[in-house]
Design a binder for this molecule. Structure first.
Ligand code: GZL
Length: 306
């Protein structure tokens, strides 16, 4: 009848514009800044109406933002869970409101995986393995003393980057993690904790393994202020491969950074459209990423997008 004909001919611009509610972790690192830019840019390009919030790395703020998106009846909710636990209650509220949820970047522990449609992000365990494999191939010695700057306590990247690294050095008696503490993924905290490591262990430290470049860059300042040469006296192994890491590698102050790709925006918008269209999606979508060493940093730098 006429109604059917009308609906079939409704022009694209008249179709309801999709609204995505995104609850971001914060703005703690270069990685996060690039991730936010990618999401905002991709939403605009996809013609998706984006509601965006920054939780300053606090879970209660992310939960508040998700509740506000439920109240505003957005079409889809997406977020990067700052920590892995404590999400079931608010995700049940989203399910009751029939709003699909997509996880980005970091995963969660949940008693009910049906509470989210899919998770798009990096394999952090493999990132930890890549960091350790580079160290075994490039740092030799009868005893190698490692200090570790962990990411945010309870976050998937911190848990899994630690696990992957330790998996590879297990059984290699000469590689020893002598200090390990969180620097909360920030430059300031990374510097502060590295100062404490240096005070306690000084020249005994051979390697720094930092779970992200921002903490590594803060630690590099602490190493220099302690009169040691980062990249030489202390081998610096990091993760993310953001611009700051390339600059440190070109200056000879960082030895390697394992890439963690923040540019999830375009894939996320495709997922949002697929979810609304009711298309089946895999539970886990991995982002592609490599590893970058100081010797190729200058050549690769011009190609970097974040
Ligand atoms: C990893 C992301 C981490 C980055 C940090 O996907 O969750 O959080 O490695 C960021 O730089 O703070």
């Amino acid at each position: 009848g006429a109604a059917l004909a009308l609906s079939l001919t409704t022009p694209a611009f008249a179709q309801k514009k999709l609204t995505l509610g995104f609850a971001q972790v914060g703005a703690e690192s270069e990685w996060r800044t690039a991730n936010t830019a990618s999401i905002k840019d991709a939403a605009a390009k996809a013609g998706i109406n984006l509601k965006f919030s920054d939780a300053q790395q606090k879970q209660e703020n992310q939960i508040k933002a998700i509740r506000s998106y439920i109240a505003q009846k957005v079409d889809v909710i997406a977020f990067a869970p700052v920590v892995t636990t404590g999400w079931d209650t608010v995700l049940k509220e989203a399910k009751a409101a029939k709003i699909p949820v997509v996880l980005t970047d970091r995963s969660i522990e949940t008693s009910d995986p049906s509470l989210y449609v899919t998770m798009i992000g990096s394999d952090f365990t493999e990132e930890g393995r890549k960091a350790a494999r580079w160290m075994l191939d490039n740092v030799k010695g009868d005893v190698v003393h490692i200090v570790e700057l962990q990411g945010t306590v309870g976050s998937a990247p911190a848990i899994e980057r630690k696990k992957g690294f330790e998996e590879v050095i297990a059984g290699k008696g000469s590689y020893k993690i002598i200090r390990s503490q969180t620097g909360d993924f920030t430059r300031a905290k990374g510097k502060e904790v590295m100062e404490a490591f240096l005070k306690a262990e000084g020249k005994k430290i051979n390697v720094l393994y930092a779970h992200n470049d921002d903490m590594a860059i803060g630690a590099i300042q602490a190493i220099e202020e302690a009169g040691m040469k980062p990249g030489k006296d202390v081998i610096v192994i990091s993760v993310d491969a953001v611009k700051g890491a390339f600059e440190a590698m070109m200056a000879g102050k960082m030895n390697v950074s394992v890439e963690c790709n923040p540019l999830l925006g375009p894939q996320l918008m495709d997922i949002v459209k697929d979810v609304v269209a009711g298309k089946p999606l895999p539970k886990r979508i991995n982002t592609k990423e490599g590893i970058f060493t100081a010797d190729i940093a200058a050549k690769e730098f011009p190609n970097r997008k974040y």
